[in-house]
Design a protein around this ligand. Structure first.
Ligand SMILES: Nc1ncnc2c1ncn2[C@@H]1O[C@H](COP(=O)(O)OP(=O)(O)OP(=O)(O)O)[C@@H](O)[C@H]1O
Length: 336
């Protein structure tokens, strides 16, 4: 459904003679099969939106080629656009008509009959919790409602391939859950292919069959969430010892079975391969050495750990690399 080779986008920025090149996308290969839900993950400014804009024909690649739904993005842009749905990050522009009429007009542009467009539009309004808002102007809707209306616009003509740029940003947890359900339904019921960018690690984890990670314009990983996590060296074991004077002994014992040992006040942490098997022995060992624990936590690797292993930076820290970073709470509670 998507086949990109060596996609490059270089922007020239600056004023007058002093131009700087921004290598937003620096050689991206991508293959997405029919019926796959692919999560495109990366820190702010990594090149996600730029890649998406090239794949949806909104931006001409500086170099490289891409075929989307069987058509070339550079020479067959009209065919590509007819075959896809696209929900951009900035959202749709609305003319000042009723929301429902906007939706019907949009679907008719794609060749649907008024009757079919109306029926599909109403169905999507119900599924995305917009009931009662058919005859409301988009400008009088809340941010979350407008976001869901954008999504209706991207889906109403029933495209076989859908591009969603951060679809759930700004939605409350209930609306996010509804949308996830809907996206799963697109794939399960209609065999649609979905390519979505997200900042939310838990979203990528829960929704995507495969995760493609981009950093600084290059793809650094592409696999299932489970396979990616299994590349991380073990589970994180966090011991909280009862008193500071026991920290050294605890660190010695944990260090013997783990890697990347770290001590922060009364917390002693390390990555331990197959912690489930190793921890009972560790606990006996600590007990025999007279170390008392206030708590012990064993955490499975997260997608953030995957990113850290691949790039040496945490996704949270990498967010700070680019201008216009979002509130870091967007990555909160991620991927556990
Ligand atoms: N029109 C443009 N002119 C100059 N630089 C641009 C332009 N569009 C994007 N960039 C730069 O290209 C890089 C990639 O941007 P892009 O929007 O693709 O990142 P992203 O991964 O989608 O980030 P976000 O998560 O914030 O949406 C950034 O450094 C950005 O500042």
């Amino acid at each position: 459904m998507i086949e990109a080779r060596g996609l490059v986008q270089t922007f020239l920025t600056g004023q007058g003679r002093k131009k700087t090149e921004v290598h937003a996308v620096a050689g991206v290969d991508l293959d997405v099969a029919e019926g796959e839900v692919v999560g495109f993950l990366g820190p702010n400014g990594a090149g996600k939106t730029t890649t998406l804009r090239m794949l949806t024909t909104l931006l001409k690649p500086t170099a490289g080629t891409a075929r989307v739904a069987g058509y070339d993005v550079a020479t067959q842009a009209v065919q590509v656009r007819r075959a896809i749905g696209y929900v951009s990050q900035v959202g749709s522009t609305f003319s000042g008509a009723y929301a429902g009429d906007e939706v019907v007009d949009h679907a008719m542009l794609y060749g649907m009959t008024r009757r079919a467009a109306h029926a599909k539009g109403q169905e999507l309004f119900a599924q995305l919790d917009l009931e009662g808002l058919w005859r409301r102007m988009p400008k009088n809707m809340s941010g979350g409602q407008k976001r869901r209306l954008d999504i209706v616009m991207g889906l109403v003509h029933e495209p076989g391939l859908v591009f969603l740029d951060e679809p759930t940003t700004g939605l409350d947890p209930q609306a996010r859950a509804n949308l996830w359900e809907h996206i799963r339904g697109l794939r399960d019921r209609r065999g649609a292919t979905v390519f979505l960018t997200t900042h939310y690690l838990d979203e990528a984890d829960a929704l995507a069959d495969r995760i493609v990670i981009i950093d600084k314009g290059r793809i650094v990983a592409s696999d299932t969430a489970d396979n990616l996590k299994s590349q991380v060296a073990g589970d994180l074991v966090d011991l909280e010892v009862a008193t500071l004077d026991q920290v050294t002994v605890a660190a010695e014992r944990l260090g013997a079975i783990g890697e990347q040992l770290e001590v922060v006040e009364r917390h002693v942490r390390a990555r331990v391969p197959r912690a489930g098997r190793a921890v009972p022995g560790l606990l006996r060992d600590l007990d025999a050495s007279g170390v008392a624990l206030d708590s012990i936590e064993v955490l499975r690797p997260t997608l953030d750990d995957v990113f850290l292993t691949l790039t040496g930076r945490s996704l949270r820290d990498a967010e700070g690399d680019a201008p216009g970073s979002p509130d870091s709470s967007e990555l909160e509670g991620a991927g556990r």
